[in-house]
Ligand binder design. Structure first.
Ligand SMILES: Nc1nc2c(c(=O)[nH]1)N[C@H]1C(S)=C(S)[C@@H](COP(=O)(O)O)O[C@H]1N2
Ligand SMILES: [Mo]
Length: 325
């Protein structure tokens, strides 16, 4: 069955979804469901509990960082998540992450830097100088979304800590609270969740610290109040709910590498030529407006470095990207 998309449904390039077109999309999706369609989200009813307008507005100025594809809908971005601290199912974070206490929030900075210590979130992020960046997010599970983040460049924040000349790597930790995070009852990963970047990767202009999405403060399931976004790497590098940052001379541990080194390397660059034992990395399922149209899920070929090669390929000059996967 072929279902034609109404005009105006597919967002134009650089569109940051002004409210009217967003509302039109919601009305359209609601009509689609009422007509017997399905959004094919993990739990369409659940999605209703997280309407965009329930979240405080947070505007960022527009930037050139964008993607020539329609945005994935708010409903998908906020209900189809990986956040294992709240369970391993895609719908678990949206159901359980409200338990996470995100205010007040501090970030502790340690290791090879001159300005270590514990900072209030408000002292690290200037909420009056936020940017909006639209990035494609590619999960190692071979699906992708296009997401409008609101935040600040990671490099700007890291420089405040004055990392010293021994700082070759930076490591990030997610808050670990057994009380607030029911998924941490199981030893799925060695909690707290941790990730790392080489310093030159971290200081590249692309990595972004997001505090918002879709013009609203981050829902907890997306990593409130502060999460990393590293668009040329698989989604798991984009660590959520960061409360500790450490600088080191040696390569730090990363959760997925610790749990399964054969499947997950330190670098984790999106690379269609390096196969993963369980998911093909050659193409990806697009979680976007197309999802739910008579079950016809759009696919696209996965791009080297997720399409960000011009900005990052030089970081890996001379490296064997099969060995350093
Ligand atoms: N703390 C923490 N961060 C995490 C994860 C997680 O389980 N725990 N999952 C990662 C994975 S595998 C992906 S694909 C992205 C998903 O981000 P999103 O839900 O905002 O799309 O978060 C990443 N960050
Ligand atoms: Mo992922």
């Amino acid at each position: 069955m072929l279902i034609r998309r109404p005009k105006g449904y597919v967002l134009k390039d650089n569109d940051v979804t002004p409210q009217p077109s967003y509302l039109r999309r919601r009305e359209f999706l609601a009509a689609f469901v009422a007509a017997g369609g399905t959004l094919a989200l993990p739990n369409a009813a659940q999605a209703k509990r997280f309407s965009q307008t329930d979240y405080a507005p947070l505007t960022g100025h527009k930037t050139g960082y964008s993607v020539k594809d329609p945005l994935s809908p708010w409903e998908a971005v906020t209900t189809y998540n990986n956040y294992y601290e709240f369970g391993t199912g895609k719908a678990d974070p949206a159901k359980k992450a409200h338990k996470l206490i995100t205010d007040p929030w501090t970030v502790t900075v340690e290791g090879e830097a001159d300005k270590t210590g514990t900072y209030a979130l408000e002292d690290l992020i200037d909420y009056n100088a936020l940017e909006e960046r639209i990035y494609r997010h590619r999960c190692v599970e071979a699906w992708s979304m296009v997401i409008p983040w609101v935040g600040v460049p990671l490099a700007d924040v890291l420089k405040k800590f004055a990392p010293n000349s021994r700082a070759k790597y930076v490591q990030f930790f997610t808050k670990y609270s057994r009380k607030e995070m029911p998924g941490t009852f199981w030893p799925v990963l060695d909690w707290p969740y941790r990730e790392g970047l080489r310093m030159d990767e971290a200081l590249n202009p692309l990595p972004f610290l997001a505090v918002g999405v879709y013009g609203r403060v981050l829902p907890n399931q997306n990593g409130a109040p502060l999460r990393l976004v590293v668009p040329w790497k698989y989604g798991y590098k984009s660590i959520k709910s960061i409360d500790r940052i450490g600088f080191s001379e040696t390569m730090p541990e990363t959760s997925w590498n610790q749990s399964n080194a054969r499947e997950y390397g330190f670098y984790s660059n999106v690379n269609p030529l390096v196969e993963h034992p369980r998911w093909s990395q050659a193409s990806e399922r697009v979680i976007g407006p197309q999802r739910g149209f008579a079950g016809a899920l759009a696919r696209r070929d996965t791009e080297m470095f997720n399409g960000y090669g011009d900005a990052v390929a030089t970081l890996y000059a001379g490296m064997d990207l099969h060995k350093n996967h």
